[in-house]
Ligand binder design. Structure first.
Ligand code: GLN
Length: 273
């Protein structure tokens, strides 16, 4: 019988990536990656090997690892993800950091287009004092976010189904955040690699990619408390354009922050006090 070491090596060759092979084998065997260190010489069961090989075939066909395993880590959380949700990305943790800095004690924050719930749940985890609202236009995505909230014991997050700010009640927010779609609809990347498998409505937003950012920026001032902040993630080449959108919508102190790769990633502004 083939041992664990050998099937891991074969999968690494097929995928060109050791880490991905480990993720998939750990998933197929129902173990953690650390388990391999002590069990490299164990024989691999035929059923498990077959399960693993079918996962490797899906990955070779292009399907993102997170959809194959059904999970992705974000912030300090392990989240369920499905093809109804965008796969949370490390760069979005910058948005969480900037948002936490601006959320007053006991403040109200809305996460627009929550997807798997990544931003809202990370904020709820860090700030038990805050009132966190999370909106998504996709009922399927919202069901995933709700399951994540339940599994993580963060059920006080309030979920709402609809378009951006529309389904949220009348009270003002101290902070509005979001990772809306921002890719240009003609961008060829949408038809390549992992992006092909993600929901297009979570990725593309009109000719210049800014349709939804403009909608959110225009609607937000009426829903923010005086001095409240709007923070939005965007593409690496959209910082100046997003600041201009924010300024036109009446926001002050606009800024753009860079992610760990030193690329423009989040812009924000505050409503006049
Ligand atoms: N950051 C993602 C990407 O470029 C896009 C996410 C989004 O449109 N909100 O792959």
């Amino acid at each position: 019988m083939t041992d664990i070491r050998t099937i891991l090596r074969q999968a690494t060759d097929a995928l060109g990536d050791r880490l991905e092979a480990e993720f998939l084998l750990a998933h197929a065997l129902g173990v953690s990656r650390a388990w391999f260190f002590a069990h490299a010489d164990d024989p691999a069961e035929a059923a498990a090997t077959e399960r693993f090989e079918s996962l490797v075939r899906r990955r070779v066909a292009g399907e993102p690892i997170a959809y194959i395993t059904g999970t992705r880590d974000f912030w300090s959380l392990t989240l369920e993800v499905t093809p109804a949700t965008l796969i949370p990305r490390a760069e979005t943790e910058l948005l969480v950091e900037l948002a936490l800095e601006r959320l007053p004690e006991g403040g109200r924050v809305a996460d627009l287009g929550t997807g798997s719930g990544a931003i809202a749940l990370a904020m709820a985890k860090e700030r038990p004092d805050a009132l966190v609202f999370a909106v998504d236009a996709s009922a399927d995505a919202l069901a995933v976010a709700r399951r994540n909230a339940r599994r993580l014991g963060l059920e006080r997050v309030v979920f709402a189904h609809g378009d951006w700010l529309v389904p949220l009640g009348g009270e003002a927010f101290d902070l509005i955040v979001g990772n809306p779609p921002y890719i240009e609809s003609a961008d060829h990347h949408l038809r390549e690699g992992d992006l092909r498998f993600e929901p297009l409505t979570a990725l593309a937003s009109g000719t210049d990619g800014l349709d939804d950012i403009r909608r959110i920026a225009t609607a937000s001032p009426a829903r923010l408390a005086p001095g409240g902040w709007l923070l939005l993630e965007h593409g690496w080449n959209q910082g100046a354009a997003v600041r201009e959108v924010l300024e036109r919508a009446g926001f002050l102190n606009t800024f753009t922050a860079q992610d760990l790769e030193r690329r423009d990633r989040v812009s924000g502004g505050c409503k006049p006090a």
